[in-house]
Ligand binder design. Structure first.
Ligand SMILES: [Zn+2]
Length: 204
């Protein structure tokens, strides 16, 4: 059962040499890590100033989140980098660093964005949440992502692009960052290999 109490949409658009493509990381915490912590070509640093963090939070969270301050940016980048290191370690099957786990647990222990039931007289969900609460929601998602329920499901794309994702498929059979991107490239490679194999056989 997820530790996170509110449901936040997952996935984002990336733009790189293969064009614009949709990347479903499988987890809010991993999406957040791709604001810069996981050093792959698709994710350069995007959180340069508190306003960048405010922008990300407002785009991502369906409920109003307050303005980020310098302190929030410092907290956000610390948490994000810890999540990024945990993701890479989990993807490689390495042991997770205790210091990174401590950091995630620290933020997860603070108040998060509470779930709300619509239809009340006080317009539930209209109150502004703090950046700290949003970070706690992200940290709780990380607890779920790297917890025993997802053991072996944090993986690195089999296409060699280095992208880490959480496999949320029922059969735990996801192999690619995106079927349209690395999945298709692998299919094309396999097709070419089969074809050249046939050519070699015919020539022999
Ligand atoms: Zn890939």
């Amino acid at each position: 059962m997820p530790v996170s109490t509110v449901s936040i949409p997952v996935g984002q658009w990336f733009t790189d040499d293969s064009g614009r493509w949709w990347f479903d990381s499988g987890s809010l915490a991993l999406d957040f890590a791709y604001t810069g912590a996981i050093r792959v070509t698709v994710a350069p640093e995007t959180l340069h100033a508190p306003d960048d963090l405010t922008g990300w939070m407002r785009e991502r969270f369906p409920m109003p989140v307050g303005v980020a301050r310098s302190r929030d940016l410092f907290d956000a980048v610390s948490l994000r980098d810890a999540i990024g290191r945990l993701a890479l370690a989990a993807g490689r099957g390495e042991e997770l660093r205790a210091a990174d786990i401590d950091l995630v647990n620290l933020y997860a222990a603070t108040p998060d964005i509470p779930p709300t039931l619509g239809g009340g007289s006080r317009q539930a969900g209209r109150s502004v949440q703090t950046v700290g609460q949003a970070l706690s929601t992200i940290a709780r998602d990380a607890v779920d992502c790297f917890g025993p329920a997802n053991d072996g499901r944090v993986r690195i794309c089999a296409g060699g692009c280095g992208i880490v994702y959480l496999d949320t498929s029922r059969a735990a059979s996801r192999r690619w960052c995106s079927m349209q991107r690395c999945g298709n490239r692998a299919k094309v490679r396999a097709h070419r290999a089969r074809k050249s194999g046939k050519v070699a056989l015919t020539a022999a």
